[in-house]
Every structure is written in structure tokens, then in C-alpha cells.
Design a protein around this ligand. Sequence first.
Ligand SMILES: NC(=O)c1ccc[n+]([C@@H]2O[C@H](COP(=O)([O-])OP(=O)(O)OC[C@H]3O[C@@H](n4cnc5c(N)ncnc54)[C@H](OP(=O)(O)O)[C@@H]3O)[C@@H](O)[C@H]2O)c1
Length: 334
Amino acid sequence: MSAFTRDASIFVAGHRGLVGSAILRRLRREGYRNLLVATREELDLRDQAAVHDWFQDQRPAFVLLAAGTVGGILANTTRPAEFIYDNLMIHATVVHAAHLSRVRKLLYLGSSCIYPREAPQPIPESALLSGPLEATNEYYAVAKIAGIKLCDAYRKQYGANFISAMPTNLYGPGDNFEPEQTHVIPALMRRFHEAKLRGDLSVTVWGSGRPRREFLHADDLADACLFLMKHYDGGSAVNIGSGEELSIRSLAAILADVIHPRAELEFDREKPDGTPRKLLDSSLIREMGWQPRIALREGIESTYSWFKERYPACDGDLARGAAQRTDSSSPAAP
Ligand SMILES: NC(=O)c1ccc[n+]([C@@H]2O[C@H](COP(=O)([O-])OP(=O)(O)OC[C@H]3O[C@@H](n4cnc5c(N)ncnc54)[C@H](OP(=O)(O)O)[C@@H]3O)[C@@H](O)[C@H]2O)c1
């Protein structure tokens, strides 16, 4: 097993994002002291030569690859070229540079969105590539599957210890609250918040409200990532979920209750629903001894407190992480 110790040099790629900031927060809290980060402005991870030079110079021993172009249905359907190009490039440059600079272990983040649309539920890791993809995020999924296969290929050909995790839908502090780009929890959180400020008594939810989804707090994911870095060297991607699913209607009802209890929910059935059901079978990581700790309502309450502190007036300046992104050394506050 690789020695993922507190003095090892660890590169967290994408450290200002939802996942990367949670991983960095967690590593710092546990006393890891040799942490490497680079902002997008300092190092464009799509640039193969720059990434190669950075790895040769910095020589990280461990890499957690949480960088990528990520977004909800709207962003995926309107920017398919960016979703496939950016992610293919980031995964290829980082994985290859990690191999050339002899990184001891790399954790790649896949996603539950990349399983086939009609995968059996709960979705086992073996369902990958067993059927057609969900059309609304096909380009993203193809790039993410290529990332998993990259890790697999470098493991097979060079014996590289590159592992993959498959998180379910995530939320938490540091999330992207831009309506054009975001996922369901931050999108609805912002919508309920703005409706409350305006005194609106109805809030629109995309789709029928019927699709069922599973959610995991980013801090629980960070916990699972450290667990895998310490305890898992296997070739199979590892699902990471909460094990609990609920309908979008029920999710919206929790958000309404936490943020704006007087609001009535309206469902815009003209908008796409996406995959009807998405629940991961997380028995592999559970059997290894990991389990999540943050209940959904508790996680939504704390994420909403984080959101309100940063964007109290909701005045249009909601560029995600406006506070954290000005300082690469201080990711999202806990
Ligand atoms: N969010 C979810 O629900 C979810 C679920 C399952 C899996 N995942 C996976 O987890 C990973 C991280 O997702 P996330 O939600 O944390 O995304 P995110 O919040 O959008 O963060 C992505 C990070 O990647 C960085 N990045 C993007 N393009 C870059 C480039 N060209 N050069 C350097 N850095 C770049 C961004 O930098 P800036 O800060 O400069 O923008 C940002 O810090 C992704 O692989 C995603 O597929 C996410």
C-alpha cells in the first residue's frame, strides 16, 4: 500500500472547485503539510507541455484529479464541445504527466452520470459501458469514461497505481451557483433564496419532479477520497454514494422547507428530466469500511448557511467562489 503520509507531496488538481476545495480542506484539517495547488490561470491543465513541465518541476508523489469542466443539463446540452474537449485534454495531460514523473498514486474522479441511461438500479461498477448513455450528458460522459480507461491502460501497461472513484451527485460549500452552469441542489437553492428575497410565492422546478436521485455532501466525498488513497489500490472504479435516493419533488420540498417554506412548487414539464433514476450500488466501498456521515437535510442547511454568508443580497455577483477564487491558497472556508 502506498504511504499517503502527512509529509508526502500531494497535488490537488481543481482545488477551487466543489470537490477539490473539500479535499484540500480535509487534507489541511488532518495536518497534511506538503500540498500543491495551481490555479487555472497559473496552469491550464489542457496544455500538455505546461502540465508536463509543472509535474517535472514540482514532482508530486500523489495526485487527486478533481479538475474538469462540470455542469448540469443546460450547460451539458449547450456546450458539448467544451465538455468533451476540456475533459479529454485535462485527463490525458494529467494522467500522462503523472506517469512520466513517476507519481506513486493518482485518484481520478469519474461520475455516476457516466453509467448507461438504463443501467440496473442500484448501479454496480460493472454497468460501465454496458449500454447507451443518457443523451443530455453524452459528451461529458464519453470524456469521463476515457479518463477511467486512461487510468486503466496506464495501470495495465506500466503498472501505475492510478485508481478511479465514481461519486454520485454532489453538493456542498464551494458549489457553482451560476444558473446557466449548475446542478440541481445549487440551482434550486439559489432560486428559493431569490424568491424569498423578492417575496415570490412560487418557485419553478425543472422537469416533472419524478426522477429519483442520490446526493452526497462534498465533505463526505473528500473523506472517501482520502480513505481510497490510504486503503485501496485496486483496478475497479469505486462507487461512492449515500445509498439514499429521493425524487426531485421531495428534494425541492426539503429546500423549500429550509429556505422559503411559504413557496409553492411549480414543475416546468417542458424542461428535460434526464435519467429517470440514478442510485449507486456503493457496497464495494462500504465493505471496505467507509460510510458517509452527513444527512441530506443537515448538509443542505449547512450549505445554505455557507451560501447566505457569501451572497447575502444575491445581487447578481454570484460568480462561484468569488471569495475563495481570489486566493489560491485558501479554498472554500469550512
Ligand atoms: N459536482 C458533482 O456533482 C460531481 C459528481 C460526480 C463527479 N464529479 C467529478 O468531480 C470532479 C470535480 O467536479 P466539481 O463539481 O468539483 O467541479 P467544479 O466545482 O466545477 O470544479 C472544477 C475545477 O476544475 C478546475 N478547472 C477546470 N478547467 C481547468 C483547466 N483547464 N485548467 C485548470 N483547472 C481547471 C476549475 O478551476 P477554476 O476554479 O479556475 O474554475 C475548478 O477548480 C469532476 O471530475 C467531476 O466530473 C462531480
